[in-house]
Design a protein around this ligand. Sequence first.
Ligand code: UGA
Length: 444
Amino acid sequence: MKNICVVGVGYVGIVTAACFADLGNSVVALDVNEKKIEDLKNGKMPIYEPGLKEVIDRNMEAGRLRFTTSYEEGLKKAYFIFIAVGTPSGVDGEADLQYVASAARSISEVMKKDSIIINKSTVPVGTGDWVTDIINEHNPEAPGFSVVSCPEFLREGSAIQDFMNPHRIVVGSLDEDAADKVAQLHLPLRAPIVVTDLRTAEMIKYASNAFLATKISFINEIANICEDLGADVTEVANGMGFDSRIGPYFLRAGIGYGGSCFPKDVKALAYMAEEKGRHPQLLHSVMDINTDRRRMAVEKLKSMFDDNTLTGKKIGLLGLSFKPNTDDMRDAPAITIANLLLKEGAQVLAYDPIAMEEAAGILPSVKMVENPYKMSEGCDALMVNTEWNEFQQLDLERIREAMRQPLVFDGRNIYDPNQMNELGFKYRGVGRGYNGRKINEESA
Ligand code: UGA
């Protein structure tokens, strides 16, 4: 059993705290947000994440997991101090490190004994050294400590599963003893451990996210070409994925990536490169392609109407969150899409299994409806933004009958074009040039 403090109970922090407690450690999760901590003490989760509440309840009951707003209390016994605070985008796309700095200062004020400070947040290359400087400058009397980078690779929606079954653990530090201790702490996860220096570890995180974002923009570019040439991008991706050098993952074409990570991290990496005088063309293309997806979705929907206008049309959105199994609306494509539709003069309704409450504050002009069937009533078109499981087997006949016009734009390719055509829908997916018919019968 190790004594751990996790600073910051955002997505990464709360999952890190819960999972390390579940592995048998004694964990204090700390946040300066009193409401969040109060809610957690009362069993209320700050985020929707499958399985998280069960793990937290179990470990609170066992006395292995506690919550506090006090650094004194959090650091009293801690040897491993994780920094997992937010690093939002600054005005120019750079990562805003004010929360990291303030956590480092607070830690330096109360740390009483030797400890290891582990950066879990996605932070610009060089931040580990900077945190060391902040602590030394803020409290020259601080006891011995070492800063280690250990970036997190979990995904929202499968966070517990990802944390407990990582593809790899990256440990960055030139302090061999500290690196070894952090590696030992992760041994129960039975993953390959990559030990390297601080800056390289920080870069591994950015490079990984940027690469995954690149895969998505790549397949979205291919999707555009498929549409023009009458091919089906879902089958192209399937055919490519069997090549182990390519792999089958992150090749789902659609309305582009969103969330709190890819958009922010690709931007921050480009910013870091530019600061050094580089012109990171590939990263800019990845971002441009992604931004275009949202506009493209609205243009495509518009072109499905004979009168080529969205003015006065009633459009129902299936899904709002940036991906399934989360209520996270940060940089969700649905936000841009809904706003563009409204700007075009459409009336916009939406249904999402989990994210409607969160979305209502962001999209006040969109009418949230309690289920997809009610939402479809009188709609001129539906648009799929999130591939929630429950959309796969909707009673589509019932939906079609409820609609004023049976148009569906499927931004996540969850439906089969042939079946949709058979059901009497005018259907468009993404990158499905043949659209269930031969190219000469109907061009995409
Ligand atoms: C991403 C990474 O996958 C995690 O490894 C990383 O730890 C995390 O960022 C982070 O830096 O914190 P996450 O943003 O939770 O995780 O979600 P993903 O499952 O990666 O999806 C991101 C976006 O890409 C979603 O909008 C999703 O719809 C989109 N996507 C994903 C596609 O459009 N196509 C795909 O094939 C895959």
